[in-house]
Every structure is written in structure tokens, then in C-alpha cells.
Design a protein around this ligand. Structure first.
Ligand code: PMV
Length: 346
């Protein structure tokens, strides 16, 4: 951990949603609850230096060693948004250095890792400035709330393992304001999970998630979608408790295909699948049927495919990727990740 009293550093992971958040209202509140798996290797490291300023807030933002104007503007907008909660931001100069452990546009959400790292840094800075330490549970709950205001999915990255965000009937401690860890023990099969991210295309997405969320406001299937997501999250959590992989896989895949169907049927529409995405989906289904390997696919709002599997299947899944799927990956690229324990202050 950094000992210098005006430097804070956090490392925070990305996550992959299995029940998708797609559609929001008010101050970044979700229209349905989502559930995700926090990753281990895909992380953002953010260092925040802060000094009192006589002339109001100033932010200098560096990404991977270079000043980045675009990100800087986004961070300033975010600071403006959260200053009702953290008024000290108005009186400080911040120098922020951020870097990712994973390449850009690979199907790993950098907004989740970067916004959660930023929120964690801000809370640690607040503790120093106000000379008041939060109790651990309160710290992470508040960090999740602050991260949510930057990017909805970032709220889930402040916890390791399985995380939900959004109120879920019968599950105490769930909230639209912030994420929480599962309030139950999962079956041993779901305790350690792998995620292999297959890079189908690294071209920039034609539909950003903020545009996608907005399109849901006028989407003809919106209400049916929110009902389906509610049914899916309940059924998925049951399958995780009893260790029913078949049900788990069918819900996870249904969620991914639903997300893309919503995109394809919104106005204007978005077609983010590539032929390689479909080839991989078909190959995964046929491999699962013939070998009984426990693996399934999900996709974020992009063409790249995540293979989700209990970690004990790792060897079989990796062999399958090398033998059959690598041909559909851009330059043969894929990323080997797994479930991780959450953020770390360094
Ligand atoms: O957090 P946002 O605003 O980038 O939206 C994330 C949307 C999805 O990644 C498609 C789904 C999710 O729940 O992470």
C-alpha cells in the first residue's frame, strides 16, 4: 500500500454479466437486476494524487502514461456528478494515472474496472481528507454506489466472486443503488469459474452501451424484457444453489441472445454479431452436446464471445479452443481469465 499521504492507488477488476443490465432510469438506476462474475486478471490500476487547490477543482488524467483529453472530460463530468456526495472534489487538484492489464476493444468492459477503481480511490481520498475511516462493509457499499454513478456495471466490480446489482424480490440486501455479494452459498460447482474471452473482432462497437440503454426507453419489447430478466435471475440463482449446470447454461445463453435481439430490434438497430460469433456459438453447443463438457457462452454488447465454465473443466475447454475455436478469433487471439476476489488497494 502507498505510504505517501497524498497518493492513493487501487486495482479493480472488470466483470462479465450473465444476467444483463440493459435499460435504466433516473440517476443510473437499473430497470432490472443483473448478476455478474468478477474477473481476476482483467484489471485497471488507478493512482490518484491530490493536492488542495485555491482555484477550484482541476483534473489531469493520464491513460497508460499519456495525457488523455477524452477520458479527462469524462472524469470531470463524473466528478461534477458526484460532488453532492463528495464535496471535497471541488477544492482539489487531481492527477490520475490509469492503466489496464488487458487490451482495448476485446470484449472486456473497461468502464467497469476503471470506474470502480476511480470510485475506490475517491473514497480512500475522502477518508484521508475527512480523517474518518469507514467500516469495511460500508466502504465497499458506498464505493459501489459511487461507481454506479459512473457506469452501472462498475457497481458490481467492487466485490469479488458472484455479484448482483438491483433489487431482487426475496433477496434481502439487494438494491438498485448499489451491488452486493450473493446472500447464499453457491453449489461447489459454481465456486470457481473460468472465463475465456474469444476475440472475434477488435473494431470499435457501432452501438455504445449508453446509446443502447437509451434505446430501451422506446423499445417495443422493453416491458417483456424486464419481466424475463426477473424470471431469469431467480431461476439462475436457484440453479447455482443446487448445481444444475444445464439450467444455468440455458439461462446464460438466453440472456446473451436476448441482449443482441434487443439490439437488433431497436430503432435504430445494432447488429454486433459477426459471422465468427455465430460459428463459435454453434461449435460450443455441439461440443457440449457431444462431450458433455460443462461450458456455455455469453456476449457483452459486442461480437466477442465469453466461454463460462466451472474451473475444473479448464483443460478440456482450453483444448477445445486451441483445436476448434481459434480459427474464428482475430489473429488467433483469446484471453484466459477466471473468477477473482475483487479490488485491492496497493
Ligand atoms: O455499465 P454500462 O452502462 O456500460 O452497461 C453495461 C451493459 C452490459 O455490459 C451489456 C451488461 C452488463 O450488465 O454489464
Amino acid at each position: 500500500m502507498k505510504t505517501n499521504s497524498n497518493i492513493i492507488q487501487w486495482q479493480s477488476p472488470s466483470n462479465i454479466a450473465l444476467i444483463k443490465y440493459w435499460g435504466k432510469h433516473g440517476m443510473q438506476l437499473p430497470n432490472n437486476a443483473s448478476l455478474s462474475m468478477t474477473l481476476k486478471n482483467a484489471r485497471t490500476t488507478t493512482e490518484m494524487r491530490f493536492l488542495p487547490s485555491a482555484e477550484g477543482m482541476e483534473v489531469n488524467y493520464y491513460f497508460e502514461g499519456e495525457r488523455n483529453q477524452l477520458f479527462e472530460e469524462k472524469v470531470i463530468l463524473y466528478f461534477e456528478k458526484i460532488k453532492v456526495e463528495l464535496p471535497f472534489v471541488d477544492d482539489y487538484i487531481f492527477e490520475i494515472h490509469s492503466s489496464n492489464s488487458f487490451p482495448h476493444s476485446t470484449g472486456i468492459a473497461s468502464s467497469a474496472s476503471s470506474m470502480s477503481a476511480l470510485a475506490l480511490c475517491l473514497l480512500s481520498v475522502e477518508e484521508i481528507i475527512n480523517k474518518k475511516k469507514y467500516e469495511k462493509g460500508e466502504f465497499f457499499s458506498r464505493a459501489s454506489h459511487l461507481a454506479r454513478l459512473g457506469s452501472g456495471s462498475a457497481s458490481r466490480s467492487v466485490y469479488g466472486g458472484w455479484t448482483t446489482w438491483g433489487s431482487i424480490e426475496d433477496y434481502e440486501n439487494t438494491s438498485n443503488e448499489r451491488a452486493s455479494t450473493l446472500g447464499f452459498d453457491v453449489h461447489p460447482k459454481f465456486e470457481k469459474m473460468g472465463d475465456a474471452v474469444l476475440l472475434v473482432s477488435s473494431k470499435t462497437k457501432s452501438v455504445s452501451s449508453s446509446l443502447g440503454h437509451n434505446l430501451m426507453k422506446i423499445h417495443p419489447f422493453a416491458n417483456a424484457r424486464y419481466e424475463q430478466a426477473t424470471d431469469n435471475i431467480h431461476a439462475l440463482m436457484c440453479s447455482m444453489q443446487v448445481g444444475d449446470f444445464d439450467t444455468f447454461a440455458s439461462i446464460v445463453e438466453n440472456e446473451a441472445l436476448t441482449l443482441h435481439s434487443l439490439l437488433m430490434t431497436s430503432s435504430p438497430d445494432g447488429m454486433l454479431f459477426r459471422s465468427g460469433s455465430l460459428e463459435i456459438i454453434e461449435a460450443v453447443r455441439s461440443f457440449r452436446a457431444t462431450t458433455k463438457t460443462e461450458l456455455c457462452f455469453t456476449l457483452d454488447a459486442g461480437p466477442n464471445v465469453h466461454l463460462i465454465y466451472p474451473l475444473e473443466e479448464k483443460e478440456r475447454v482450453h483444448r477445445f479452443i486451441r483445436n476448434e475455436l481459434i480459427q474464428f478469433c482475430e489473429n488467433g487471439k483469446w484471453i484466459d481469465d477466471e473468477m477473482g476476489g475483487g479490488p485491492m488497494q496497493i
